[in-house]
Design a protein around this ligand. Structure first.
Ligand SMILES: NC(=O)c1ccc[n+]([C@@H]2O[C@H](COP(=O)([O-])OP(=O)(O)OC[C@H]3O[C@@H](n4cnc5c(N)ncnc54)[C@H](OP(=O)(O)O)[C@@H]3O)[C@@H](O)[C@H]2O)c1
Length: 231
């Protein structure tokens, strides 16, 4: 795939590099220094390059939006028309000092983004894990049990693209449903952040959802609620 990175900071730089290693063509864009973008592209590999947000968006199969919420309008303006394009967003709708969500409960950052780019297909993805785990998860991708990564969106094709890239990055994609589910996903990310950055053990934290198989679920139910003895 051709992937455009809109925001080449902690998340964008690492995910873009991982996408290159996984065999994709990547354009890094939107940083305060052009030299940083050029260095990033050089270090990521032969199929990476540096460009403007408009370069990144041109003919991209997917865009990763990875900027602070306060920079979303600016980077979208620089990217130009995103009509028909797939936007994977890890950007959370945080206030200036990153202490609270500015959109929650009755909407979400992902839904607000979808309203800004009405003709694009927005998927909320990659925002539920700290950037500190990304390279390690990719390095462990051949392990049988992968960490989960929840995503949600309204467009089937865009979600298939998201699932492929999530898998390529070493995670097990968990489809949480339509884009409005970002109302749950985004606060969940704050919980992950609390565990990663405010509790002991360091930020190298992933999560994994396990669905019990029906038989195992039945067995565990009968164990926890024994039937009364007959007779
Ligand atoms: N970091 C995490 O672990 C994490 C986890 C989950 C979700 N998120 C969310 O993901 C999004 C990105 O987070 P991040 O930590 O990757 O942010 P970040 O490191 O601050 O990266 C943002 C990028 O935007 C660029 N930028 C900022 N202001 C700019 C300007 N005026 N002109 C041009 N470029 C500018 C930065 O440039 P420079 O490179 O020059 O600084 C950087 O490349 C946020 O919405 C965050 O809430 C982050």
């Amino acid at each position: 795939m051709r992937i455009g990175i809109l925001g080449s900071g902690l998340m964008g730089a690492k995910l873009g590099t991982i996408f290159v290693r996984a065999g994709h063509d990547v354009t890094f864009s939107y940083a305060r220094s052009e030299r940083k973008l050029m260095r990033l592209a050089r270090d990521a590999g032969a199929s990476a390059r540096a460009g403007t947000p408009a370069d990144a968006a041109r003919e991209a199969d997917a865009l990763l939006l990875a900027v602070h919420w306060s920079r979303v309008d600016d980077v979208l303006k620089q990217a130009g028309s995103l009509s028909g394009q797939v936007i994977l967003s890890c950007s959370l709708p945080m206030n200036e000092n990153d202490t609270a969500l500015v959109i929650a409960h009755t909407s979400s950052g992902a839904e607000a983004l979808a309203k800004k780019v009405r003709r694009a297909h927005v998927v909320s993805a990659f925002g539920t894990v700290p950037s500190e785990v990304l390279f390690d998860v990719y390095a462990s991708r051949r392990k049988k049990k992968r960490p989960s990564l929840v995503y949600c969106g309204d467009d089937k094709g865009a979600k298939a693209t998201a699932a492929t890239l999530i898998r390529d990055a070493g995670f097990d994609p968990v489809d949480a449903g339509p884009l409005r589910i970002a109302r749950y996903l985004e606060p969940f990310t704050l919980l992950v952040g609390q565990l990663a950055y405010e509790r002991e053990g360091g930020p190298e934290l992933t999560y994994r959802f396990e669905r019990l198989k029906p038989a195992a679920a039945r067995r565990s139910r009968s164990r926890s609620s024994p039937r009364p003895a007959r007779g």
